[in-house]
Design a protein around this ligand. Structure first.
Ligand code: NDP
Length: 290
């Protein structure tokens, strides 16, 4: 059945999400703080609301695709009464704590809350590979599925509204750290005149092959079995050559130096013979400020 939906925020992402619900035939109402961004959507069959209140009251399902946590409050606090009895799907990137705060705010106004983390760029929405992670009200997730599934694969992680942003940001942590490591490698070979493109052709299959190690590291971490035989030791993982080579080449060593700091802390605590995966314990126990 067609499910009326309201999309608040017509930036790059909100526009892509609204376009997908329009194409799927869901009656779609859109609103943007700055008017004039709904043209193509309206031409496709969406209705542009004249105010946030008008937008919120148009649908049982209200999707926020604004900028940040503060912009959600700025937009919705004045119309909390109109949101009562409806479902708010918050797709704005927030921290887990910010999501829990928004869920509590929604609950106090009789609004059902579902949080979402979009694992895609706007051009991927509605196409292969797009995934959105959800947490919060299971009933709201089930009821909204016809709309949610127009964007990508929908996965629900649990009633704790902070879970979706937690997974979202954790996955992005891996992505950004990997990309930063790649950029560091680009800078290193660049000192010998190698182009980033040449390096990328070599680095992509190498990094892809290395992801096969994740499951083994995870197994060690889950069992806290850092001294099990057959692991690459922390001592062997010493990155001082990498740091020195970067400094000798006149590069900022920050990316690899950060990893080296995590390794050194475990070695200095006497765990040098344990496996490399033990660096997770350096992350779990931040060093006290000097
Ligand atoms: P854009 O910068 O393209 O758009 C931001 C939107 O937020 C605009 O509609 C803007 O309205 C609105 N906005 C900003 N501040 C306020 C405010 N105080 N009150 C009301 N509206 C406000 O961002 P995106 O569309 O790319 O991103 C939207 C959300 O989606 C973000 O939280 C982002 O983290 C998340 N996201 C984006 C991804 C991406 O690849 N783009 C991927 C995954 C998540 P106005 O036109 O009036 O400025």
């Amino acid at each position: 059945a067609d499910l009326p939906v309201t999309v608040l925020g017509l930036g790059a992402m909100g526009t892509a999400l609204a376009a997908a619900t329009v194409v799927a035939g869901h009656p779609t109402t859109v609103w943007n703080r700055t008017p004039g961004r709904a043209g193509a959507l309206v031409a496709g069959g969406a209705r542009e609301a004249v105010s946030v209140r008008d937008a919120v009251t148009a649908s049982p399902l209200v999707v926020a695709v604004l900028l940040d946590h503060a912009s959600v409050h700025q937009t919705l606090d004045p119309v909390a009464d109109a949101l009562a009895g409806r479902t708010l799907v918050n797709l704005v990137t927030t921290t887990p704590e910010e999501s829990r705060e928004l869920a509590a705010w929604a609950g106090s106004h009789g609004v059902t809350y579902l949080d979402g983390g979009i694992m895609a760029v706007p051009g991927m929405i509605g196409g292969p590979g797009a995934e959105v992670l959800y947490s919060g009200s299971r009933a709201a997730f089930d009821a909204a599925r016809p709309v949610l599934d127009t964007w990508g694969e929908s996965t629900w992680f649990g009633e704790d509204p902070g879970l979706a942003p937690l997974y979202d940001l954790a996955l992005l942590a891996g992505m950004y750290a990997m990309f930063a490591g790649f950029f560091h490698g680009v800078a290193m070979v660049g000192t010998a005149g190698v182009s980033a493109g040449d390096f990328a052709r070599r680095a992509a299959p190498w990094l892809a092959a290395m992801t096969a190690e994740l499951a083994d590291y995870a197994d060690v971490i889950d069992r806290r079995d850092y001294d099990a035989p057959g692991q690459q030791s922390l001592e062997f993982s010493d990155l001082s050559d990498m740091v020195r080579a970067s400094e000798e080449a006149g590069l900022a060593p920050g990316v690899v130096a950060a990893v080296q700091t995590l390794i050194r802390r475990q070695v200095e605590a006497g765990h040098g013979r344990d496996g490399f995966a033990r660096v997770v314990e350096s992350i779990r126990t931040p060093e006290p400020a000097p």
